[in-house]
Design a protein around this ligand. Sequence first.
Ligand SMILES: NC(=O)c1ccc[n+]([C@@H]2O[C@H](COP(=O)([O-])OP(=O)(O)OC[C@H]3O[C@@H](n4cnc5c(N)ncnc54)[C@H](OP(=O)(O)O)[C@@H]3O)[C@@H](O)[C@H]2O)c1
Length: 254
Amino acid sequence: MNIAHLPAGYEGAANLLADRVILVTGAGDGIGRAAALSYAAHGATVVLLGRTVEKLEAVYDEIETAGGPQPAIFPMNLASVTEEDCRQLATALEENFGRLDGLLHNASVLGERRPIASASVDAWQEVMQVNVNAQFLLTRYLLPLLESAPKASVVFTSSGVGRTGRAYWGAYAVSKFATEGFMQVLASEMENTTSIRVNCINPGATNTAMRRAAYPGEHPSDNPTPDEIMPLYLYLMGDDSVGVNGQSFDAQIK
Ligand SMILES: NC(=O)c1ccc[n+]([C@@H]2O[C@H](COP(=O)([O-])OP(=O)(O)OC[C@H]3O[C@@H](n4cnc5c(N)ncnc54)[C@H](OP(=O)(O)O)[C@@H]3O)[C@@H](O)[C@H]2O)c1
């Protein structure tokens, strides 16, 4: 797999996402929170989707305090999301905005870190449900709204263990391989047929709750903050990446 990188020195223009409507999953914490704040700071109306309403409300308040466009909150637990939930989300977005310019699939769970031989079936299924099946359901029902936008961008979130498998990363690693595959299948379907581009980001080690849970022995400040990797998230959502499709990016250069 060829890995792509952000053009050197890229910084999105202040109005990069003016008048765009962008949905971010897992917008209440970590990288999703930083992306929601950054997209709003660059002019986007952000739809904050996640499972913990208080966290989404805190991000909403931060955006309002900073003077960004009024966001929207859509609580959704991806572990139990149904087709009907996705239909309702699509209807609400259609009624309020009439289109969707960007979709950042960011929410994920880490699951268990243990050998396949002793993995819990329930934990495996939860990871595949949140990290893979929910992405399919959301994408399936939001595609018509993305098609209504002049130049829409879908961004998936992968991981280093979604490109090379590693012992004890179990369902999480498998779910990230599936995410890379999903991105490629969708990007191939979109090639030359619509205005939708589809790409994937591997954030790399980033100081969030997930990283701290995966590496409890690591000093959190050894890794960049979510804010530090935002240029790539901006690049892929804004028009500077029009024409880029089916690529897997690393947010950090080793
Ligand atoms: N941090 C890293 O080093 C790193 C490295 C490689 C890849 N990634 C990927 O980057 C993405 C963001 O990770 P992160 O580090 O920011 O993780 P995080 O801090 O754990 O944040 C994950 C977000 O997803 C939400 N979420 C989890 N389960 C959900 C569910 N069932 N329904 C709805 N929302 C749910 C969480 O909501 P709550 O806050 O309510 O729990 C949270 O907002 C993930 O796809 C992750 O796999 C991260």
